[in-house]
Design a protein around this ligand. Structure first.
Ligand code: IMP
Length: 501
């Protein structure tokens, strides 16, 4: 007979926090949400961290380049979905890495003899409006002039060469190679320019510094940037084309990888992680998952995973539990895994961050996951609601929605995640996810700000100013279904609750 565990598995919404009075500066504005992203030794800093504990799921309906840039600006991270061709995923990574604050290597350049028609075509393709004109049309060529939107937008003669409308190099304010970003920004301010080209002693273009990036940084103090001041971005990978996909993603600038798999307790996943570590050493960071038990966690830790994702069957679009009966309540799964993580840490001094993936509906669930030991959470449906998510905006009955669909739906045709790799084609394939809509929630930045305000307030009420203190201080109690119901607005008729929790 199978081994039976009679204790039910639990999820976040079944627990409540006890408030904890503390003296002093326990106020939301003093809460620090910085959290490790990858494995590190005791008392050493991780090579990658997050400024806020939120990452977006490797899903077509969630993590495209627009959402990835918006989330990195808030201090979180996206994993660009792998259920697409390697070329398309690489192009998305490049787009995020290109939209950086700092020195941008120009990828939209033309020669002086190009025409306004060429400019319009280039703008259509890249979305860039500032176009350096170099002798050979490359981003490293001799700089002859700069074209801004003012020069080409209203030019009626489409055949006119750009050399006639550009600002010629004699009149261009530029910075010399080697200046700091601070100095470059000072020049932008002094000369009231929107773009500062940086050129070397020979007059060749090196990079561009943009005013809008300076403004964006002031607006987004938590922005997650790499050493070159580019936005940080992750990429999902699968267990069958990784030998081609991983090198391409790394070359494109992906900062961290994650094996995107419903069940990470498999030899396939171990092989992928080991292959990456053999080929690239420890310079390439890769997370594994998903697991729901201590055994699964230890297996991936042994394979060399840099972080490990927890959660099977709890995703809002997920029907794995219905279809296969596989899974575990998210809170219980997390507690089991965190205990194993902490045990390894005490024994070896190696800390492996844990990501709680799926089943987050409200910000209070994020707080609960953090208090239970997660270092960060991955969300799909929550992010799919925002304007920047790739799904279409739909109006129905006077309300706006965004499309959201699982990676294991026929729509996503994700041939890797749900074990339908090319070598398994021909087997009967069933769906483990659904398609639907989520209520539109406006701009990501506003939604994240709202969620963080609630998470910070919970942490303060529990007597914590950072995530580590939160885990140590939080007192959590299982509540009865009636106690949970009592906590909502009840008895009141015509409830008018706009909070959206
Ligand atoms: P959500 O945040 O509750 O919407 O869950 C998102 C998570 O669900 C993802 O990060 C994946 O782990 C998981 N997931 C994505 N697509 C599917 C699917 O089609 N079926 C089951 N789980 C999925």
């Amino acid at each position: 007979m199978a081994r039976i565990i009679n204790e039910p598995s639990r999820t976040f919404g079944e627990y409540l926090f006890d408030p904890n009075q503390k003296e002093g500066h326990y106020r939301p504005e003093n809460v620090n949400l910085r959290t490790p992203l990858v494995k590190h030794r005791k008392r050493e800093d991780p090579s990658l961290f997050l400024n806020i504990p939120l990452v977006s799921a490797c899903m077509q309906a969630v993590s495209g380049p627009e959402l990835a840039s918006a989330l990195a600006r808030c201090g979180g991270l996206s994993f660009i979905f792998q259920s697409q061709s390697i070329e398309d995923q690489v192009a998305m990574i490049r787009r995020v890495k290109g939209s950086k604050a700092g020195f941008v290597v120009s990828t939209s350049n033309l020669r002086p003899e190009n025409t306004i028609t060429d400019v319009l075509e280039l703008h259509e393709k890249t979305g860039h409006s500032t176009i350096p004109i170099t002798h050979d049309g490359t981003g490293a060529g001799y700089l002859l002039g700069i074209l801004t939107e003012h020069d080409w937008k209203f030019e009626e003669n489409r055949g006119r060469p750009v050399s006639e409308v550009m600002t010629k190099i004699e009149d261009v304010i530029f910075g010399p190679a080697g200046i700091s970003l601070h100095e470059a920004n000072s020049l932008l301010k002094k000369y009231k320019k929107s773009c500062l080209p940086i050129i070397d002693n020979e007059g060749n273009l090196q990079s561009l510094v943009f005013w809008k990036d300076l403004m964006s940084h002031l607006d987004n103090p938590d922005e997650l940037l790499d050493v070159e001041k580019r936005l940080v971005v992750g990429a999902g990978i699968n267990t069958w084309d990784y030998q081609d996909r991983v090198p391409a993603l790394i070359a494109a600038g992906a900062d961290v990888l994650c094996v995107d798999s419903a069940n990470g307790f498999t030899d396939h996943q171990k092989d992928v992680i080991r292959w990456i570590k053999r080929e690239f050493g420890n310079s390439v960071k890769v997370g594994g998952g998903n697991v729901v038990s201590a055994r699964g966690f230890k297996f991936l830790a042994g394979a060399g995973a840099d972080f490990i994702k927890v959660g099977i069957g709890g995703g809002s679009i997920c029907i794995t539990r219905e279809q296969k009966g596989i899974g575990k309540g998210q809170a219980t799964a997390l507690m089991e895994v965190v205990e194993a993580r902490d045990e390894i840490f005490h024994r070896t001094g190696i800390y492996i961050p844990v990501c709680s993936d799926g089943a987050i509906v409200y910000p209070v669930h994020v707080a609960m996951a953090l208090a239970l030991g997660a270092d960060f959470v991955m969300m799909g449906g929550w992010f799919a609601r925002f304007r920047e998510a790739p799904g279409r905006l739909i109006m129905d009955g006077g309300n706006y929605y965004k499309e959201y669909w699982g990676e294991a739906t026929n729509k996503a045709r994700n041939f890797s995640r749900y074990d339908v790799a090319p070598d398994k084609k021909g087997l009967f394939v069933f769906e483990e996810g659904v398609e639907g809509r989520v209520p539109f929630a406006g701009d990501l930045k506003d939604g994240v700000r709202d969620a963080l305000a609630k998470i910070r307030a919970t942490m303060c009420d529990c007597g914590a100013l950072d995530i580590r203190e939160f885990r140590e201080e939080a007192v959590i109690q299982l509540a009865s279904p009636l106690a949970i119901a009592e906590g909502g607005a009840n008895v009141i008729v015509n409830k008018n609750i706009f909070s959206g929790k």
